[in-house]
Design a protein around this ligand. Structure first.
Ligand code: ADP
Ligand code: ZN
Ligand code: ZN
Length: 843
């Protein structure tokens, strides 16, 4: 047999691809995705197999193209030369043949790395269950009851088996220590092929020991049946307990006790020898304790029918089918998801349901669980590493086919995906924006979902009440099928929205009041009626804008039209962080000529203080970065509010998400302007989405809801549209502006971010970097560099630059061409550089 070669990706911090050869005894275990241990110089490192490779056996003629791009080095030995068999080192070990990366996922990661300008190893590392890091240690688990006849007389295999039989799972290192290393790997291979053992990597930092559970089972069925009548006379409770175990099979002690059989009863049955206790490995099912909801409605509304039919038809005929489901809050989108997933599963295919945050999606998980039972599995950050690894492997083997999870679930190895749902597709949580790690990277799980669906020939439904303009535009252009659910089920009314013009509010002392008369009045009513209030102060942690108290306009950049941000320095406090315009804070408002130009931004703490002054006995739960710094804080605060422990839930935009309290009949937005003034071209879109979502959440219960939005910009289109819950008119106006400026969806952006401890080096790296970019010709513009809106963060200085142009390929080509150069410059200055393709926020 000719030798086989594979390309192996090494994860960060190495992030390289190298070629290795596969020793004959490992050939059957290796495929794309397999996790292997390979020699690199004098160490052994973990890597992922990418693909099989062929090596040229003669050196190339000058000018001859090689069949595929050659890796830079093999086994750390060869640099830049064409590889020949003699140069290539062997894979040392297969760490996990049944690895959690499937060939499809490797393919998706390739796309991801190319698109987002990432090292492939980085992309692959992201596709491992989150939190799981591989070490080079391996654990051998015994599987079957004994050695099969085929291995009779296999001395080494026999000795390995003896060890496992005596001790249970053992690390390869331990086996080596006890039995010597000669012939051990080969014996392990034979045992694995005979399905006697399973070899997995030891996960660092996780408890891999399986959870054990005390179960009881019937010792001897025939005897139990025989003795039953006698037992029924003498110990009726014991008899009914025994009966339960006979009909239900082995049962956890705890669940029997939960059913009212005491430990005494169990003990009695034990001493009669009728039941025995066994320790059973528990399948860790994170959903085991989830209570489920009642059944879903059986009949679809006409609108739902109209939306579902084309989806089912697409599933039946197979192939890529991307659709945007634009449906207002409460229009019955979830039922569409359920029916579509049901169809895919019945075809034997898999399904992925992405939600922005699992913590806020339990309602949805419950509905899926009620519908599909055991088939559902979830992935979220509260699972232990072991649980995630198990889930990944179960999916990989096709033992579970329906996965609900947050953004990283899009990289999970669900088998043969037939449908992908992305709920609340506009949500910023789908953006992985891990820019502070050592090897920063960013991607959009929503966009990756579309790519995965295309690769798998699957249907994908992007659902939202407020679709992102990118998706909306794709639907308009016919790239996605446009599906819509325009009204709520039963025509339940949406909340009434009252927009209050704060410029007309009277002064209180020197300042205008924080709460308008209308909001105060409505709050008082709620307090008297014992209903609840949610107050939103949408203030993100960015440097504040400067705006006019009289007309409400922010001071904006003449060139880029984004709000200028305030950075305290001498004379040039206002900066545009797109083009780096700098200027003083104007003394008179450029829009209306008034002199009331002020630094903006009232924090949640100030709002709380003002609340307590107005309503001394009011009970407030405050939710912002300061009060949610600990694990579980979010849930605890929200649950406290749900139980009625406070009259008001006050917070930043985190109160707007997943907010579903039946007793809330009033939502107040203290100032819609901060969001509108965010220094980001998506500021209006974000504000529209936030306000629409908030408005959609008041009055979810029996009592009708009201919303008060306070603003100095009552005529701002995003606000007017949100008040009227009018997506179309918002989209029309906003798209026209984007087209003019060349911003997405009409143009694409690549953002470069430099950061480091020394301000002048960061600036220098950024300036030199942009020089490199500008040296290239192309149909795009390089904006900046300029200090990032949060110019100083955690002791580091941050600068950024943007590349903007209409043709994504050209833009990225330009970025790719100079990236290495830019990195080198930055490295030399002790500055780190991150590149973000399609940045969701430029803040
Ligand atoms: P969305 O996901 O669009 O916010 P939901 O799917 O949660 O909306 O539906 C809102 C409410 O309407 C839920 O209580 C749901 O049970 C109910 N509902 C959905 N479809 C139907 C239907 N066809 N008949 C009756 N009630 C329905
Ligand atoms: Zn003004
Ligand atoms: Zn500018």
């Amino acid at each position: 047999m000719s030798r086989r070669y594979v390309e192996v990706a090494l994860p960060p911090p190495l992030s390289r691809q190298l070629t290795y050869s596969v020793p004959v005894d490992l050939v059957e275990l290796v495929q794309p995705g397999t996790i292997v241990l390979v020699p690199l110089q004098r160490r052994l490192v973990t890597g992922f197999v990418l693909q099989f490779q062929t090596l040229a056996d003669s050196p190339p003629e000058p000018g001859e193209e090689s069949p595929r791009p050659l890796p830079q080095a093999a086994g750390g030995q060869v640099d830049g030369r064409r590889l020949r068999p003699g140069d290539v080192r062997d894979i040392a070990q297969v760490l996990d043949a049944d690895s959690p990366l499937s060939p499809e996922i490797v393919e998706l990661c390739r796309w991801m790395a190319a698109y987002y300008l990432l090292p492939l190893g980085r992309a692959l590392a992201a596709a491992l269950p989150p939190g799981v890091k591989l070490t080079s240690r391996r654990l051998v688990h015994p599987l079957s009851g004994g050695l099969p006849p085929a291995l009779d007389g296999d001395d080494m295999a026999g000795r390995v088996w003896e060890q496992l039989a005596a001790s249970g799972s053992l690390q390869v290192g331990t086996l080596k220590h006890r039995l010597g290393s000669s012939g051990l790997e080969q014996a392990l291979s034979r045992l694995r092929r005979a399905q006697c053992i399973d070899i997995r990597p030891v996960l660092s930092g996780s408890k891999m020991s399986a959870k054990q559970q005390q179960q009881v089972r019937v010792t001897d069925m025939a005897r139990a049946r025989r003795e039953m009548p006698e037992l029924q006379r003498r110990a009726p409770t014991q008899a009914s307990c025994l009966e339960y175990v006979i009909t239900h099979g082995a049962t956890a002690k705890r669940s029997l006790v939960g059913r009212g059989f005491s430990y005494g009863v169990l003990k009695g049955l034990g001493s009669r020898g009728l039941l025995e206790t066994v320790a059973q490995e528990m399948i860790r099912d994170p959903l085991a304790h989830l209570e489920t909801d009642g059944p879903e409605p059986q009949t679809l509304t006409d609108d739902q029918r109209r939306v579902l039919d084309p989806i089912l038809a697409a599933l039946d005929s197979g192939g890529f089918f991307p659709a945007l489901l634009h449906g207002v809050t409460g229009s019955g989108k979830t039922l569409i998801y359920l029916r579509a997933v049901e169809r895919a599963l019945s075809q034997g295919r898999g399904a992925i349901v992405l939600v922005p945050e699992i913590a806020l999606a339990w309602q949805m998980v419950r509905r899926f669980k009620a519908h599909f039972g055991e088939a559902v599995t979830v992935l979220h950050s509260q699972l232990s590493n072991g649980e995630r690894y198990d889930t990944w492997r179960r999916l990989r083997r096709g033992e579970q086919r329906l996965l609900i999870g947050a953004r990283s679930a899009i990289l999970a190895p669900v088998k043969d995906v037939g449908i992908i749902i992305v709920d609340e597709e506009h949500d910023g949580s789908y953006i992985q924006d891990d820019l502070n790690s050592r090897q920063p990277f960013a991607y959009s799980a929503r966009d990756l979902a579309v790519v995965r669906a295309r690769m798998a020939g699957a249907a994908i439904i992007l659902g939202s009440a407020t679709p992102s303009l990118e998706s909306y535009w794709n639907a308009r252009m016919g790239k996605y099928r446009a599906l819509s659910l325009p009204s709520r089920i039963d025509d339940r009314p949406l909340a009434r929205v009252d927009v209050v013009d704060m410029r007309r509010e009277p002064f209180q002392g020197k300042q205008r009041a924080l709460f308008s008369r209308s909001l105060r009045l409505k709050m008082r009513e709620r307090l008297e009626r014992g209903e609840q209030i949610v107050l939103l102060q949408n203030r993100r942690g960015f440097a504040p804008a400067v705006s006019c108290t009289s007309c409400g306009e922010a001071v904006r950049c003449d060139h880029c039209h984004v709000s200028l941000t305030f950075h305290r320095s001498q004379g040039e406090d206002m900066r545009c962080h797109y083009c780096d315009y700098r200027g003083p804070v104007p003394r008179i408002c450029p829009s209306c000529g008034s002199t009331e130009v002020r630094l903006e931004g009232v924090g949640t703490q100030q709002v709380e203080k003002a609340l307590l002054e107005q309503f001394p006995s009011i009970r407030v739960i405050r939710m912002d970065v300061d009060t949610t710094g600990w694990k579980g804080a979010h849930d605890t605060l929200v649950e406290g509010f749900r139980r009625g422990e406070a009259d008001v839930l006050l917070g930043t935009q985190m109160v707007a998400k997943g907010l579903d309290f039946p007793l809330v009949t009033l939502v107040g937005v203290i100032s819609a302007d901060t969001g509108l003034h965010a220094p980001d071209f998506r500021a209006a879109e974000r504000s529209f989405q936030l306000l629409t979502q908030v408005a959609g959440r008041s009055g979810r219960g029996e009592r009708p809801g009201e919303v008060v939005i306070q603003t100095r910009l009552p005529a701002e289109p995003a606000l007017v549209a949100a008040a009227g819950q009018d997506y179309e008119s918002f989209a029309e106006g906003e798209l026209a502006q984007r087209r003019e400026a060349g911003f997405p969806p009409f143009g694409r952006l690549v953002c470069f971010r430099w950061r480091g401890p020394d301000e002048s080096s960061v600036e220098r790296a950024a300036r030199l970097g942009v020089q490199r970019l500008k040296r290239q010709e192309g149909n795009w513009a390089a904006l900046g560099p300029s200090p990032a809106p949060l110019a100083r963060l955690r002791g580091e200085y941050r600068w950024q630059a943007l590349l903007l142009g209409p043709v994504p390929g050209e833009l990225k080509g330009a970025a790719r061409d100079v990236l290495g150069d830019m990195r080198e410059v930055a490295d030399g200055l002790g500055v780190s550089l991150a590149v973000v393709v399609d940045p969701q926020t430029t803040m």
